[in-house]
Design a protein around this ligand. Sequence first.
Ligand code: CDP
Length: 785
Amino acid sequence: MTGVETEHKGWLGRSVKRKEDTRFLAGRGNYIEDIKLPNMLHMSILRSPFAHAKINSIDTSRATELPGVVAVVTGELLAEHNLAWMPTLSGDTQAVLATDKVRMQGQEVACVIAEDPYVAHDALELIDVDYDPLPVVISPQAALDPTAPLIRDDKEDQTDNKVYHWEAGDPEATEKAFAEADKVVRLVTHYPRCHPAPLECCGCVADVNPATGKATIYMTSQAPHAHRTVFALVAGLPEQNIQIISPDIGGGFGNKVPVYPGYVVATAASLLLGRPVKWIEDRTGNLISTGFARDFYMDGPLALTEDGTMTGLRVKMLSDQGYAYADAQPSKFKAGLFHIVTGSYDIPAAHVVTEGAYTNKAPGGVAFRCSFRVTEASFFIERLVQTASYELGIDPAELRRKNFVPPEKFPYTSATGFEYDSGNYEPALDQALERVGYKELREEQKRAREEGRLLGIGLASFTEVVGAGPSRQYDILGIKMFDSAELRVHPTGKAILKLGVKSQGQGHETTFAQIVAHELGIPPEDVTVQEGDTDNTPYGLGTYASRSTPVAGAATSVAAQKVREKAKKLAAHLLEAAEDDLEWSDDKFTVKGAPDRAKTIQEIAFAAYTDHPEGMEAGLEATNYYDPPNMTYPFGTYAVVVEIDRGTGQWDVKKVVAVDDCGTRINPMIVEGQIMGGLTEGFGMAAMELITFDEEGNCIGSNFVDYLLPTAWETPPFELGETVTPSPHHPIGAKGVGESATVGSPAAFVNAVVDALAHAGVREIDMPMTPDKVWEALNEAGLAQ
Ligand code: CDP
C-alpha cells in the first residue's frame, strides 16, 4: 500500500476492513453459478458465426431429438409471443433471438434448454442454420458512406446507418475564438474498442412459478430495479410479480448494465416450461456479444493565444455503436457526458458535435468504469493539451496550470453547460509534480537524450463528472436518476440499511455502514447492508458511473438524519427534557449542561419499541429517495514516467503517481483499491487491451489469449496521493471515485510515451501502444536502433 494518510474523525476517513470479505475469503460468496434450484434446467446459446447475414431457415429437429433436450427456442417462437425484439436502455431496439438477419458475429440465434448444461451445449451443434452472408460494415466511417449496406433495415424509418447526431456548446462563439486565435493545435485520435471483461461473465436463473405466476430472476445485474421495469415492459408481466435478485457479482464495470438476450430467453423459457432455467455465459460469449466500451473517433482543434491561454475548443466525435444503441444513456444526452471535454480548463468557448453509427459489431458504449463517455472526453483533452504544449514550446505542467479553472471561479459553468460544484486543481498538480520529482526528471530527460536514452514524463489533470443525477436533467428511458436508502433500527440498536444500488465488488457493505455509523453512532459491524433484491430494497437506478456514493450515499445520510430526528423526540421523552435542551454527540443525546443525563442510540432504539410516548408511532426507521442537486466533480493529476527501448519499442514504466480528490473519503483503503483498479485498467488500455475485427467482421479478441488483460506481473506499482475538496452539496462532502483512475490514467501513459519522442516530432501513438507501434514511431522519427 502507499500510505495515504487521512485524518481519523469519527467513522469517516477510517480504513475499516471490508465486512464482505469474511465470506469472500472463506469461499462463501453466493454468485449466480452457486444458485441451484430443484428441477432446474440449463440453457445454452447458439451464436452467429457471421457478422452480417440473412437467415433463410433454422432447423432445430436434430437438436430437439437429442436425449436430455427439453426445448429449442428460436426467434420465430419468441415472435409468436411478441418477444423477438426488446427495447434497449437507450431507447433503441435489439434482437432477443435473430429472425430476419444476424447483424453481428456472436449474435444470439437459438437457445437449447436441457436437463444438463453439457447436453444443452452439445445440442447447439445439431441446429442447422442456413445463412446468406451479406456485406459487412466494421467502421463507423464506412457505415456513414451513402453506399454502405443498411444494417437496421428492420426499423421502418431507418434509411441509413446513423444512430444519433447531438451537439453542445456555442458554435458562433467558438467560431469567433478560432478566428481570433494566435495559434490552433489539432489532435485526431481514436480511443479503441475494449471490453470490461469482468471476472464473472453474465448469467441468470429464471424461476417462474406456474402456480402463482411470480417470476424470481437471479441475475448478474448492476441495476436490478431498472431491469425489473424493463422486464415488465418487455414481457408484459405485472411488475409486482417480478422479483430480480442480484446476488454477489464478480465485477461489472458497466458490462452488467444492459439487458441481454440470455436473461430474456431464460425467463421466457421458464414461463413456458414451468421449471427454473439457468444460463451461464461462457467467456467467449461475454467477450464477443456483451457491452463493449469506447470505439470513439475524435478530432478537434484548440485555439490559443501566443502566451498559451486557451480560448476555444471544437471537437467532432464519431462513435461506433455496433448494431444496436444499447448502452444506458441519459435520454437527453445522446453521447452521454462526452461534452465534459473542456476538462479542467477554463476555455470560454466550445462546440462539440457528436455522431453515432451502426456497424456489424456488438453494441458498444457501456460505462466501462466511466461516467457515460467521460473517459473518452478526458483522454481527448489531456492528449490535446499535451500536443499543444509541444507546439507552443510551453512545459506541459505549466500550460495546464495556466489554464486551470481557478478556485475562485467555482461553482463554475463550463462552455458546454456543466456546473462544476467544486474544484481546486493546482494543489493536486503540485503534489503530483513534487512526488514524481518533476523538475529533476526534466533535467534527467535532457541528460538521457544526450546519452541516447528515451525518457518520457506524461501528465493528465482530469476532471470527472459523476453521480447522476439531478432528475430534472438525467433519466434512463424516462426513469429519473435518483437513488434510495431505507434504514431500520431494531430494538437492540442494530440496524439494516436497504439500498437501490448494487455493489459488484466496491465494498458497499462496509462504506455505507460507515455512513450510518457517522450519522448515528451505530458501529458499522452492527449495520447490515442489503442490496440487489427488488422485493426487499427501495427503487433505485443501480451502480455504475460512480453514482453510488454521490446519490445512494447521500440518501443514506439523509435517512439516518431522519432517524436521528425521531430519536431526539424519544430521547426527550426518556430524559423528560425539552428537545431544544438536548445535544447530539457521536452516539447519544445529552441534556445540555448535565453530561450524566444521556441516552445512547441503543437505549433510544429499545424505547422506540417498548416505551415510546403516547401518540408517537412505534419503530425507528426512515427512507430517503435522494435527488442530488448536481453531479459531483472529482479530479486529480496523474504523472507517469517511462523509458523506451530503442531496439524493441518496449516501454517500461518507471514510476506512476496518482493524486486524486474525491472530497471526503469514507474508507481510504477502499478508495485506494478503487484507484489502483482503475489505474491498472488505464495501464491495460494504454499497453495491451484491444478488440479488433477483420474485414469479415470476425472479432479478434474473443478469448484471453487474444484479448490481453494486465496481470500483477505486468502492472507497475502505483504511488497514491490525495487532496480533499469536499462536494458542497453532498451531506458528507463525498464525491464518487470508482471510475476516476480509468478516466485519468490512459492519457497519462500515452502522454509519457509520446513525451519521450516529442523532441523528434512525434505527437501521436495509437492505444494500445504495443512495442511494434512504438518501434514504428521510433523508426519514423529516426530514433530506432
Ligand atoms: O458507484 P460505485 O460504488 O461504483 O462508485 P463510488 O460511489 O465512487 O464508490 C466506490 C467505492 O468507494 C464505494 O465503496 C464507496 O463507498 C467508496 N468511496 C469512499 O469510501 N469515499 C468516497 N469519497 C467515494 C467512494
